[in-house]
Design a protein around this ligand. Sequence first.
Ligand code: ATP
Length: 228
Amino acid sequence: MPPRKTVLKLSGVERHYGQGETTLTILKGADFELRSGEIVALVAPSGTGKSTLLHLAGLLEHPDDGEVYIGGQSCNGLPDNERTAIRRSEIGFVYQFHHLLPEFSAVENIMMPQLIAGLSKAEAKERAGQLLDYMRIGHRADHRPSELSGGEQQRVAIARAVANAPRVLLADEPTGNLDPETASYVFDALEALVRQSGLAALIATHNHELAGRMDRRVTIEGGKVVEL
Ligand SMILES: Nc1ncnc2c1ncn2[C@@H]1O[C@H](COP(=O)(O)OP(=O)(O)OP(=O)(O)O)[C@@H](O)[C@H]1O
């Protein structure tokens, strides 16, 4: 097997929030690497900084110090429009709640990011259809989110997140509002997608059973990312 490439790297990352007179330190000298083809669980108690770490990794926030690299490129000093371009092409996000557009069907929701990226309608529709089949919800393509079950909605959200073939998938409690059996089924689909595409995934979860199925587990301790 060829050596796996590091697709996401955090180096000496600091993040502090001002709270009145005091400063809340969330990350302090945090280092982390994610390689293509791997799925890493981020398991840490509530309020320790999982969402903060995902936002920094996804270029949604700037660290107060340290560096975030996507595909080997340092992103801190880049202007916002370049950070946005990298975020759109290299990173996919999945949240606890699907955030699908309610007025559009499943297939249209997955087409949307591709159309924004400049693909033709026919190309976007073909890829969206493939992803829906891959997530085993091809028969739901024309349904709106409100007509889908929670597990189906999350599978559409995952398909949308990877529609533009990003390098990195960042997920914040992607199965947090699903029952254990549905969560397991959604994770099966996500795992198959990562294995097949060589994507890399960092998944914040409170679900220890799912975390146990991932390649590695990390937590946040004293502002640092440590292996479990
Ligand atoms: N913009 C902000 N301003 C001030 N404090 C913030 C801000 N964002 C997050 N925090 C604080 O930073 C800490 C870490 O928040 P974060 O959302 O990253 O935690 P989390 O581990 O994802 O928690 P949960 O599992 O509950 O979602 C929390 O104490 C939170 O209150």
